[in-house]
Write a protein that binds this ligand. Structure first.
Ligand SMILES: NC(=O)c1ccc[n+]([C@@H]2O[C@H](COP(=O)([O-])OP(=O)(O)OC[C@H]3O[C@@H](n4cnc5c(N)ncnc54)[C@H](O)[C@@H]3O)[C@@H](O)[C@H]2O)c1
Ligand SMILES: O=C(O)C(=O)C[C@@H](O)[C@H](O)[C@H](O)COP(=O)(O)O
Ligand SMILES: [Zn+2]
Length: 363
């Protein structure tokens, strides 16, 4: 695929504004147009790891005439807390941020989830733009308007649906991403492959080692295909009334592991174990054929994602899963596959079947 800019349309339903996800290089020139003429102030929320990028962006926006502030937040999940959100609200208040001003969230999914949440809650909602700098944030977190923070009780338990005004995926940002963070993003790319676009799986399987780096031959195509999957789903069901739940494939157990690890595991790693579990659950529930279930293990392992988690933690994981957003009352609900690219909901599976599926995952 050529490196020209690809534009993917999202939304425009349920009263939300349509917006574009741009994928390419040197896209920051697009930022001014997205911020718009009404804004006087812009807040650039960025993680410590991107201090230089955040400051360069602030300086650039100041040169364009905006009152620009950079708000530095901790790296990774440490940013997704009520305390850090309060720190950002304070910075907005001190800069006199009004309803016509704009938040720019730069960084990985943790930073864009936080920035979107701050934008959703400040003055009950101001415009925001996502500038994702990890694979995971480009293909998933920055698209679709789910914003939020974690609490001690669970992952993303506080948040809001607040779509961005635009998403700028500059592929050059991926060059500085540590390999483990890059590979973590592949879990969501593989998820998109299993739930909707198996061509993604073929591209990765053609050279799994190359898929682990931004220099791989299919990087742009993998990112664009995954964004298209997400864009199509969220455009049809922004607030997760039904179909959007398929994007949660692998997340029921994945989020339970993240909480159990006090959010020190990478999201993609936990989702990888969670997808392995969901595949085994689908197989044991008589839904999923052996070949597709086995394909989960082979592709996740081939790119270096984990398949296993501690067997002795099962009782705690079951407790954690009860507060999953897909649960209804005491009913646990999982996304499983009826076959390749045929996601469906499995409601209230027999606890013995759940334990048997975990028997394949636990070590
Ligand atoms: N809102 C959604 O729909 C959605 C979807 C998927 C995931 N998520 C959330 O996304 C988060 C995971 O996102 P992630 O995998 O991007 O991790 P992350 O945001 O934790 O980023 C990983 C690390 O890389 C650093 N980093 C980011 N970009 C960099 C770059 N270009 N160069 C060097 N370092 C860089 C970050 O500061 C962090 O330390 C989780 O909190 C997850 O819940 C949200
Ligand atoms: O966008 C969605 O919907 C998803 O489920 C995408 C997931 O990859 C993402 O991790 C999301 O944040 C999970 O949402 P949650 O509602 O289960 O917290
Ligand atoms: Zn996810």
């Amino acid at each position: 695929m050529s490196e020209a800019v690809t534009r993917i349309q999202v939304g425009g339903t349920e009263g939300s504004h349509p917006y574009e996800v741009l994928v390419g290089r040197q896209l920051l020139g697009e930022l001014g147009g997205l911020i718009g003429a009404q804004a006087k102030r812009v807040a650039v929320i960025h993680p410590e790891a991107l201090a230089e990028t955040g400051d360069a962006l602030r300086a650039d926006l100041a040169e364009q005439g905006y009152e620009a502030v950079a708000i530095q937040v901790p790296n990774a999940e440490e940013a997704k807390t009520a305390e850090v959100a309060a720190y950002c609200w304070k910075a907005l208040g001190q800069s006199g941020f009004t309803r016509t001003d704009v938040v720019v969230g730069v960084g990985g999914g943790a930073s864009t989830d936080l920035a979107g949440f701050v934008a959703a809650t400040w003055l009950r909602g101001v415009r925001w733009i996502a500038v994702p700098t990890t694979v995971l944030a480009m293909v998933d977190a920055a698209v679709g308007g789910k914003t939020g923070i974690n609490t001690a009780e669970g992952k993303n338990l506080v948040g809001s649906f607040h779509p961005p005004a635009g998403v700028l995926c500059d592929l050059a940002a991926l060059d500085s991403l540590p390999v483990n963070d890059y590979v973590s993003g592949l879990a969501e790319v593989i998820k998109a492959g299993f739930i909707a676009d198996p061509a993604i799986l073929d591209l990765i399987e053609s050279d799994p080692q190359a898929a682990r780096t931004p220099a791989g031959p299919h990087t742009a195509e993998l990112i664009v295909r995954s964004i298209k999957v997400k864009a199509e789903v969220v455009s049809s069901d922004l607030k997760e009334a039904g179909r959007r739940e398929i994007l949660n494939y692998g997340h029921t157990l994945g989020h339970a592991i993240e909480k159990n690890e006090r959010y020190k595991w990478r999201h993609g790693a936990a989702v990888s174990v969670g997808m392995h579990f969901a595949a085994e659950l689908g197989r044991l529930a008589g839904r999923l054929d052996d070949a597709t279930a086995d394909r989960h293990r082979s592709i996740l392992e081939a790119v270096g994602l984990p398949l296993h988690y501690r067997h002795d933690q099962w009782p705690k994981l079951v407790e954690n899963m009860k507060i999953d957003k897909k649960s209804r009352g005491d009913l646990l609900r999982f996304i499983v596959l009826d076959g390749l690219a045929r996601p469906t909901v499995l409601e209230g599976p027999d606890p013995a079947v759940l334990l048997a599926a975990y028997g394949e995952v636990g070590e």
